[in-house]
Ligand binder design. Sequence first.
Ligand code: UDP
Length: 181
Amino acid sequence: MVSTCLAARATPAARSFAVFSANGQVLALSHRDRSYRALLEQADALDADGQPLVIISQLLLATPLPERAATTDLFHDAARAACVHGLRFYFLGATAENIEIAVAAISRQYPALQIAGWRNGYFREADEAAICAAIVAASTDVLWVGLGVPHQEAFVVRNRERLRGVGWIKTCGGLFDYFQP
Ligand code: UDP
């Protein structure tokens, strides 16, 4: 599934396909904060990053969600598919120390993965135009945005136009903090 989805490379001027994650925290926040809900509604797809959402869907929906899609698992499926299809990943988020550790660990685990670039997640809004220009200039196919909720969704929505040409954008919370040196 991931492999099939990633096989399609974006055309240079195409709008990115943005995938956000929903979990209990996200649903609670979207319930009490309308501006956050409006950000979520800008996603092209929303995955269920937690088993509680799957259980709730089984209780409430005629067609329940088939399974959860934990970003920590999804990342590895996507990395394997990207190695096969030659797609380029860019990593944005975490502290300067942790993003370096994550990139080193990912390079070790997936030597065939093309890493378009990376940047820590601590910057001013005024820097975002330059950051997005660098991401696009690096021929990024898949951008992983790990700035935490709700900053990452706000970043993606605010910069959607600047990120034209990036195939996929996936929010990933604290993903980069999970990798070990
Ligand atoms: N982060 C960041 N920039 C910020 C604030 C947070 O890059 O301005 C990073 C932080 O270093 C951590 C991630 O965002 O790696 C948030 O992790 P958390 O597990 O809290 O994510 P969430 O639960 O919101 O998905």
